[in-house]
Design a protein around this ligand. Sequence first.
Ligand SMILES: Nc1nc2c(c(=O)[nH]1)N[C@H]1C(S)=C(S)[C@@H](COP(=O)(O)O)O[C@H]1N2
Ligand SMILES: [Mo]
Length: 313
Amino acid sequence: MIILKKPWEVSESEVTPENIFHQRRKFMQAGTALGTALLLSPWKNVAASMEIGSYKRNVITLDEEITKEQDVASYNNFYEFGTGKEDPARRAKKFNTSDWKITVGGECNKPGEYALEDLVDSNAIEERIYRLRCVEAWSMVIPWLGIPLASVINKLEPSSNAKYVAFKTLHDPRQMPGQNRSILQWPYREGLRIDEAMNPLTLLSVGMYGKTMPNQNGAPVRLVVPWKYGFKSIKSIVSIDFTEEQPPTSWNMSSGREYGFYSNVNPEVNHPRWSQKKERRIGDLFKRETMMFNGYEEEVAGMYDGMDLRANY
Ligand SMILES: Nc1nc2c(c(=O)[nH]1)N[C@H]1C(S)=C(S)[C@@H](COP(=O)(O)O)O[C@H]1N2
Ligand SMILES: [Mo]
């Protein structure tokens, strides 16, 4: 098994008090009394995704304004429910996420079918505030709830042949009307190199804004890879496979020239059809500069030493 120790790990004590203070205040302001009440007595999802009890606040935070919850939950990319930004919120309302199973396979010692609760320890949930940068040049700041993907991978004991991790979204055209059209090859697939999957920033997320994950944001469980374009952060995951070869991924299969396997956020590498230099932060009036690795350069750049970031975007 490959254990990749990364020098960088943020613990709560390393976050400056100013940051915490700032973030909490913003959170409260964004919240209102109702929002605060919901944090204390978590809202229960009828569809029974993972319920959020207590969690460790602000494990990783940002000194940037959090995007309005309403925007994050209503402006989505989730093509299984349609290609319009408002389609997922409207059409995923009845998406059934109860009794969710994840099939684990490939190069590991613990393959099998797992209930979500058996993979994601509900007592270990952390809040992490990350930027999300879509390849379409818009971005958000989202307080996710989840656990490091590394902790799940460690439990599954990948073998030394496991060089990549592949993920698939549920394929169920009766529930996911977008899958009746071949916009992409279904199921939606994504993948990471094993060191990327083990990076301490990579999150397996089951909620946001102190609550269970809304269906349109990828209930009951999704990936969040903050230094990569948003399409790498696959939603509603039903399988995890450890592979020796780089796995095929949906957007790359559909247009490899436009959507690389790595797809690290990079203002210097333009999409063939538009510039990536700037982005629109949802809620802002003016565009802002896009940051190398979406602002996580210090934490992740080392994984790409010696790699041509232009050729292997
Ligand atoms: N299964 C699946 N996962 C997906 C997508 C999708 O269409 N299907 N869209 C991706 C894209 S392009 C982005 S930008 C993010 C958006 O996540 P959000 O709607 O929670 O902001 O989800 C990603 N994960
Ligand atoms: Mo995206």
